[in-house]
Design a protein around this ligand. Structure first.
Ligand code: NDP
Ligand code: 2IT
Length: 445
């Protein structure tokens, strides 16, 4: 057994129920095996044992009153995974499936993703098993206020800076920020994704989707190819999916699907700017279901299925973890798909990744491809610290530069280990190296 396999086996034995976390660790460990072999000092310093252990986990009760005046209780989390490169940084997820394993996997991923941005941010994730579907604005506000009442004591602009993720967008960040300000009597950059009039950065709403497409652009440009004219399949219909579609349209691609937890819509004519505006209104204002798209336009709705059976040149999973399995990968490959870039965190199962790599599909792991969101959060932190505001073009230009740098880092790390074009190996090795080396330099802390 290799060093990495030993540490993973111990982890599985210690917390057998944390399957998502083990999956995320296994992915990193498998990808960095060649680096561990070449660098025995990582083992000597017990770096893997330390890197898989969060620095701190906070779990707390979140009581709130629903519209009928009945008390509801949810569980809140903040996993402060690693602060070796900067203050803890990462989103908050409100979704019924949230548990400690999901929080740990996301915090672990975030640590390496943030390292790839070259900005000084540590890794964290938080959230709750609160399900925002069907809740009134008042219920969401009371929940957010109760959640922040406990979280506030654990975060701060130089300590830990949360942001959005699934179920947490501009509305929730507003309620959370309002409560933080009231509790602490401080107006500062404790959260990112804020409204532009009260400290938010332009381009943060667009950043994850735009960054994802900038990354795919770089992958294709390295092969003298482009997204223009390519047929693309996108899953999800939330923040990341919406701005992925918008930027794909700017690049001249054709997008034929979107989805949510009920199924997917297939529009062979392509989702144009007007149809995308409908989706944004539907999802962000009315909080409706994607099937309503099929009712509004000449498109089909397929209930209970993901969109991977639709023929495409490129696929962009932008909904959630493990939404693309080995069978889906096989179908994508059979139908001619050449590129899979992850907007979501860990959307592709381990066996699906292996299948894509074995068939030479250009595969971009989320920790590289979706890092544009957190990178722009880092730019929001910079603007808050400097008490300044940059223009849309200024932030977008920086985002593009960061995605190009991440692409080049991944490319170079893969080359260093004689695996040209393998972004899976490159992203994990480049991210791991930066975190691990900083841990070595800072001693046993
Ligand atoms: P949103 O809440 O805006 O949208 C989530 C979308 O995914 C919705 O369409 C939702 O459908 C669907 N979805 C969520 N959970 C499931 C599920 N279990 N099964 C099927 N569909 C599901 O979230 P985001 O767009 O912000 O996040 C999407 C992904 O991108 C997540 O993996 C997130 O971690 C990742 N990400 C987000 C970043 C950001 O800046 N927001 C940055 C980097 C990564 P429904 O409405 O039916 O629930
Ligand atoms: O998964 C992610 O990178 C995010 N949800 C964004 C985190 C952030 O701090 O902007």
């Amino acid at each position: 057994m290799s060093y990495a396999q030993e540490v993973l086996a111990r982890l599985r034995q210690q917390d057998p129920q944390e399957t998502e976390f083990h999956q995320a660790v296994a992915e990193v460990f498998e990808a960095i095996e060649p680096m561990l072999e070449r660098n025995p000092h990582y083992r000597e310093a017990r770096i893997l044992e330390r890197i898989v252990e969060p620095e701190r986990i906070v779990m707390f009760r979140v009581p709130w009153l629903d519209d009928r005046g009945i008390c509801k209780v949810n569980r809140g989390y903040r996993v402060q995974f690693n602060s070796v490169l900067g203050p803890y940084k990462g989103g908050l997820r409100f979704h019924a499936t949230v548990n400690l394993s999901v929080m740990k996997f996301l915090g672990f991923e975030q640590t390496f993703k943030n390292a790839l941005t070259l900005l000084n941010m540590g890794g964290a994730k938080g959230g709750s098993d609160f399900d925002p579907h069907g809740k009134s604005d008042g219920e969401v506000m009371r929940f957010c206020q109760s959640f922040m009442t406990e979280l506030a004591r654990h975060i701060g602009p130089d300590t830990d800076v949360p942001a959005g993720d699934i179920g947490v967008g501009g509305r929730e960040i507003g309620y959370l920020f309002g409560q933080y300000r009231r509790l602490t009597n401080q107006f500062n950059g404790v959260l990112t994704g804020k409204g532009v009039e009260w400290g938010g950065s332009l381009v943060r709403p667009e950043a994850t989707g735009y960054g994802l497409v900038y990354f795919a652009h770089e992958m294709l440009a390295a092969r003298q190819d482009s997204l223009a004219g390519k047929t693309c399949v996108v899953s999800g219909s939330g923040n990341v999916a919406q701005y992925t579609v918008e930027k794909l349209l700017h690049e001249g691609a054709k997008v034929v699907t979107l989805s949510d937890s009920e199924g997917f819509v297939h529009d062979p004519d392509g989702i144009d700017e007007e149809k995308l505006a409908f989706v944004m209104q539907l999802k962000n204002k009315h909080r409706g279901r994607i099937r309503e798209y099929a009712e509004a336009f000449d498109a089909s709705f397929v209930a209970g299925k993901t969109p991977w059976s639709v023929a495409c040149d490129a696929a962009f999973p932008c909904a959630t973890q493990n939404e693309l399995d080995e069978e889906d990968a096989g179908e994508l490959i059979r139908n001619g798909c050449r590129l899979v870039a992850e907007g979501a965190n860990m959307p592709t199962t381990p066996s699906a990744i292996q299948r894509l790599l074995a068939c030479d599909v250009f595969y971009a792991p989320g920790k590289a491809a979706n890092a544009g969101g957190v990178a722009t959060s880092g730019l929001e932190m910079s603007q808050n610290s400097m008490r300044t505001r940059w223009s849309f073009d200024e932030v977008d230009h920086r985002l593009r530069g960061i995605m190009q740098t991440i692409h080049n880092e991944c490319h170079q790390a893969a080359m260093d280990y004689e695996m040209p074009g393998n972004y899976f190996a490159g992203a994990n090795m480049a991210g791991f190296k930066r975190v691990a080396d900083a841990m070595l330099e800072q001693g046993f802390v």
